[in-house]
Design a protein around this ligand. Structure first.
Ligand SMILES: Cc1cc2nc3c(=O)[nH]c(=O)nc-3n(C[C@H](O)[C@H](O)[C@H](O)COP(=O)(O)OP(=O)(O)OC[C@H]3O[C@@H](n4cnc5c(N)ncnc54)[C@H](O)[C@@H]3O)c2cc1C
Length: 428
């Protein structure tokens, strides 16, 4: 491992700075850490600290996602968590950029029966979902004119889009108003457990790191030994791992194992000059390519088959668009014949073994016996839409010792040790 620049180091511990005694230390200030912070503060918890190596989050999934929010899931817990979150987004729509523009799923004769089964469940749980035949699809979305392979579509009008950056800042602003402190440029590096809490050692950089240095450190390709920093020792009553794709690393630091993997996902922006997408919401093609309007352009994404696990932010550029996106769109609409790739990026999904989130109290080993370590990560591509509910449920668990709004105990990591799974089949 190479070092980024020349180093300088000093130490601040609880002996010099009593502020480093905290009630709850949240590691990671993305959508999840920020939502947990807001809800702990709303429950009256004082002295909550959120630390992040990069508060701006330029490499965090919360800044690199597609902004889709939907309750069209198969697993009841995923439906319930999205529903709770979207109902909140609707209440603060202007602040978080929520638009109830719907999710439209195009289905083949093979996939329609399962979608209809899931729809029954979604409706039973209070989420309106329509089933369309092909004639209705063509009437409602006229630019979809190549439909020979389709059996129909599923449309959920209250699903939609948010602005993830606005949403994260909404959580942070409310948390700060209630006294939560967010600390930037702080990388958690080690921890030890004692009778009175968890001692967490972090390095706080004295000045902002450039993008390349952030990438090198968070990718594990370089240390930041060279950057001037202060060693900071926190003493926390509770710690929660909200480190997104880095949750396995932070779990290791906190002394337990996490079964998830970071996996690259790419999205692109394209010029769709022959069709106005703005009246529509998210459309999920039967191929798995999803797209939605992005200002006057389109945004599309696809989970490349066989994408290797690991931290990788390389965007494949026009090749991604030409090979993975455009052929499916071209097969769906004559209006998509003249699309033009504009730009794009790669971010990281944090994928759990069953593609449902891992949230709860860490129960394994000595860390589990301490009862002081919690986790909320591995959303496998649905963290933005679950963020509000996750914050609320984690605050309930951490403060009251149990969930009261939605029983999310099924999402505890201990399910994997018991050989159980919450397999989510409607992932994209
Ligand atoms: C291309 C793409 C499209 C997506 N589309 C959607 C979508 O449409 N809808 C949806 O709901 N979800 C979507 N997702 C998933 C969603 O973005 C994530 O599930 C969600 O943002 C996870 O938030 P988080 O707070 O857990 O993690 P992150 O936002 O990644 O935050 C983790 C934070 O932890 C910090 N950190 C890591 N290690 C340390 C350490 N040792 N010390 C201190 N700080 C540390 C990082 O700096 C980072 O800021 C998408 C993701 C991608 C990549």
């Amino acid at each position: 491992m190479k070092s980024v620049m020349t180093s300088a180091m000093s130490t601040v511990s609880t002996a010099e700075n009593p502020d480093l005694f905290v009630d709850t230390l949240i590691v990671g200030a993305g959508l999840i850490g920020s939502a947990v912070a807001m809800h702990l503060a709303l429950k009256g918890v004082k002295n909550v600290r959120v630390v992040d190596f990069d508060l701006e989050g330029s490499l965090s999934s919360s800044e690199l996602n597609a902004g889709g929010v939907r309750a069209t899931w198969y697993q009841p817990v995923n439906i319930a968590m999205s529903k709770l979150s979207i109902e909140y987004f609707a209440k603060v729509a202007d602040d978080v950029g929520y638009r109830a523009c719907g999710y439209l799923w195009l289905k083949t004769p093979e996939t329609m029966p399962f979608a209809l089964k899931a729809r029954e469940r979604q409706i039973e749980m209070g989420w309106p979902v329509e089933a369309w035949d092909v004639a209705e699809l063509k009437r409602r979305v006229p630019f979809i004119d190549k439909t020979d392979d389709l059996a129909g579509a599923i449309f959920a009008p209250r699903d939609g889009l948010v602005n993830p950056n606005l949403l994260k800042n909404h959580y942070r602003t409310r948390a700060r108003e209630l006294g939560v402190v967010f600390v930037d440029r702080t990388l958690v590096e080690s921890a030890s457990h004692g009778a009175d809490g968890v001692r967490v050692i972090a390095r706080q950089l004295h000045s902002p790191a450039f993008h390349e240095a952030k990438l090198a450190v968070l990718s594990g390709q370089a240390s930041h030994e060279g950057l001037p920093w202060t060693r900071t020792e926190y003493q926390a009553k509770r710690v929660i791992n909200c480190a997104g794709p880095w949750a396995p690393k932070v779990a290791e630091i906190l002394g337990y194992a996490c079964p998830s993997k970071p996996v690259r996902r790419q999205v692109c922006i394209f010029d769709c000059r022959d069709v106005d997408l703005t009246p529509f919401g998210m459309i999920v093609d039967s191929s798995g390519v999803y797209f939605h309007p992005e200002a006057t352009n389109g945004l599309a994404g696809f989970a490349t088959a066989g994408e290797p696990e690991g931290i990788n932010y390389e965007y494949d550029g026009e090749n991604f668009f030409m090979e993975q996106i455009w052929p499916s769109l071209y097969e769906r609409s004559s209006k998509f014949e003249r699309l033009k790739h504009l730009t794009g990026w790669a971010g990281l999904y944090e994928v759990s073994p069953d593609e449902s989130a891992i949230i709860g109290k860490v129960e394994s080993g000595d860390v589990g016996k301490s009862g002081r370590v919690f986790e909320a990560h591995s959303f496998s591509g649905h963290g933005a839409m679950h963020s509000y509910a996750t914050g609320l449920l984690m605050a309930e668990l951490m403060v009251d010792g149990r969930y009261s709004t939605v029983d999310a105990s099924i999402l505890s990591a201990s399910r994997f040790e018991r050989g159980e799974s919450v397999r989510e089949s409607l992932v994209i």
